[in-house]
Design a protein around this ligand. Structure first.
Ligand SMILES: [Zn+2]
Ligand SMILES: [Zn+2]
Length: 278
């Protein structure tokens, strides 16, 4: 029996990734992944192509999504794993999020215009095509126009929280995100739990609420987790009896620190989230 390698969090060009769903599958295969979930931001559009490529290349594919939502005025990312991509409720939810994204993009472009940087909306809209417009699209636009030289600089100078082109966004409520995922037969998983910088007591409140809403899992291993973060995530998974997930959050081959399937193993003390797939 070949060794199983899971990667349950990554992005394609349908959101802010640089590879097509087919190329994500091919790259996952190259890196020895045996089960992959594609989890684009707020869209299910890339899943059909990914499924087809996965079938062709004998890779086990899990349809997924990463929903942007709000809880206590803070933005969280919730993964939906093993969702039915044709579920009407989840689809309607993604349409709501897509409208929010479009409005946000227009507002960011208007703010850039005030900084004497015109035509951003048209440019990112064209680049994104039928995919989601994300802040990295704006960052790439700023790089291409010579306003900044790196993605990081684009966020530091314009797009990051509190900067001149930052827009506060009212995503959907956490409760709705978890509900849509569950309605579509999926498993709701907290993505990159350490990135929200919650204090231990806020993390307790958050995870308690998340479970009450029907959440099942937490990402224990990500490509960027350090040993201390993994230790804390294990602790939370155990304390709240949450299933553990592993996901690189791969976006592009350009980022040499994050690769498909390059992940520490899930500790054996944690129940793997894939036990819930059937
Ligand atoms: Zn995320
Ligand atoms: Zn992600």
């Amino acid at each position: 029996m070949t060794e199983q390698k899971y990667d349950l969090h990554c992005h394609s060009s349908f959101s802010d990734g640089s590879l097509s769903p087919t190329d994500v599958i091919l790259r996952a295969k190259e890196h020895g992944v045996t089960t992959l979930a594609l989890t684009d931001h707020d869209t299910l559009t890339g899943l059909a192509e990914a499924q087809q490529a996965a079938d062709q290349h004998a890779l086990n594919f899990i349809p997924g999504i990463e929903l942007s939502c709000i809880w206590n005025k803070k933005t969280f990312h919730i993964l939906g794993l093993n969702v039915n991509a044709n579920n009407a409720e989840l689809l309607a939810g993604t349409h709501q999020l897509q409208k929010i994204r479009l409005e946000r993009a227009k507002k960011i472009a208007a703010k850039l215009e005030k900084n004497k940087i015109p035509d951003a909306f048209e440019a990112v809209h064209e680049k994104a095509g039928i995919g989601m417009i994300t802040r990295p699209h704006f960052a790439n636009f700023l790089i291409s126009k010579g306003h900044v030289s790196t993605m990081q600089e684009a966020f530091d100078r314009y797009l990051g929280q509190g900067k001149s082109a930052f827009v506060n966004t009212d995503w959907v409520e956490l409760e709705d995100a978890v509900h849509w995922i569950t309605a579509a037969g999926g498993i709701a998983v907290v993505a990159h739990p350490m990135r929200y910088k919650l204090t231990a007591s806020w993390m307790r409140r958050f995870l308690t609420t998340f479970k009450e809403m029907g959440g099942w899992g937490i990402e224990v291993i990500t490509a960027r987790s350090n040993p201390d973060e993994i230790r804390r995530a294990i602790h939370f998974a155990q304390q709240y009896a949450l299933y553990g997930s592993v996901g690189s959050d791969f976006h592009s081959p350009k980022n040499q620190y994050v690769e498909l399937g390059r992940l520490a193993p899930l500790p054996t003390s944690i129940k793997p989230v894939w036990e819930l797939f059937n």
